[in-house]
Write a protein that binds this ligand. Structure first.
Ligand SMILES: CC(C)(COP(=O)(O)OP(=O)(O)OC[C@H]1O[C@@H](n2cnc3c(N)ncnc32)[C@H](O)[C@@H]1OP(=O)(O)O)[C@@H](O)C(=O)NCCC(=O)NCCS
Length: 201
């Protein structure tokens, strides 16, 4: 098993470290621009500026940062070997594709023929129903549920416990608030909240 470097030693990075352990990684460390020392017993070995010199061709990398725009910036900046991590308790159906750098957390369900892009977060117990298309750098929060044939655009964040009914398009760079119910297409980037969800910003 290769060494794994997690970029970002905050809360999301910790959940990724646990996911990595469950996937058999034993040699795990972090880089972080603001923290030093260790996290969960794993050392912080440098900052993002050190990534090029830490890339020895035998090391896997993953971004442990929840901010979608920051994840995109880092992914585009460094040409390292990005791994995908799928927690063993996640359910991945037939004909699903999951892009590089994406993490699928404990208890998540991705149903048949869904396509999940690169550097996405499919968080704890999220449900991605059949035929969804989740574009790069999206984050589907814990317990969010997307009905069948939903399309989530690049960098969009679906909040914790939000629901999106089937056949809906949520465009790029949206934030859907915690607990929202999305029942209409969202064609304009912005922040949406409530039941039914309406644009608030
Ligand atoms: C929707 C959200 C992004 C808005 O955050 P914000 O831009 O900082 O907005 P504010 O907190 O200033 O709230 C603006 C208004 O929207 C309301 N509001 C905020 N979040 C709401 C939500 N989820 N549902 C309904 N109304 C909400 C606020 O009560 C406030 O109303 P008011 O103007 O009448 O007082 C945020 O509250 C949210 O739900 N984020 C999701 C967090 C999440 O899922 N994290 C998962 C991490 S794994």
């Amino acid at each position: 098993m290769n060494k794994l470097i997690i970029i970002g030693a905050g809360g999301h990075g910790k959940v990724i470290a646990d996911n990595a352990l469950k996937n058999g990684y034993t040699d795990i460390c972090f880089v972080d621009d603001h923290a030093t020392g260790e996290v969960m017993g794993f050392p912080i070995i440098g900052t993002s500026a050190d990534i090029p010199k830490l890339d020895d061709g035998k090391t896997d990398f993953i971004i442990g940062i929840g901010n979608n725009a920051v994840r995109k910036m880092i992914a585009e900046k460094y040409g390292v070997h990005w791994v995908r991590l799928i927690h063993p308790s996640a359910q991945i159906a037939a004909c699903v594709t999951v892009g590089c750098g994406t993490v699928v957390m404990a208890g998540a369900v991705i149903n048949a023929c869904a396509t999940v892009g690169a550097h996405c977060i499919i968080n704890t117990r999220a449900v991605i129903e059949h035929d969804n298309i989740i574009d790069n750098y999206a984050h589907i929060s814990p317990n969010a549920t997307l009905g069948g044939t939903v399309h989530v655009g690049e960098r969009t964040h679906i909040g914790i416990g939000a629901t999106v009914i089937n056949n809906i398009e949520v465009c790029e760079n949206c934030v859907v608030g915690a607990g929202a119910a999305v029942v209409k297409n969202m064609r304009e980037s912005g922040t949406y909240a409530g039941v039914p969800a309406r644009k608030i910003k």
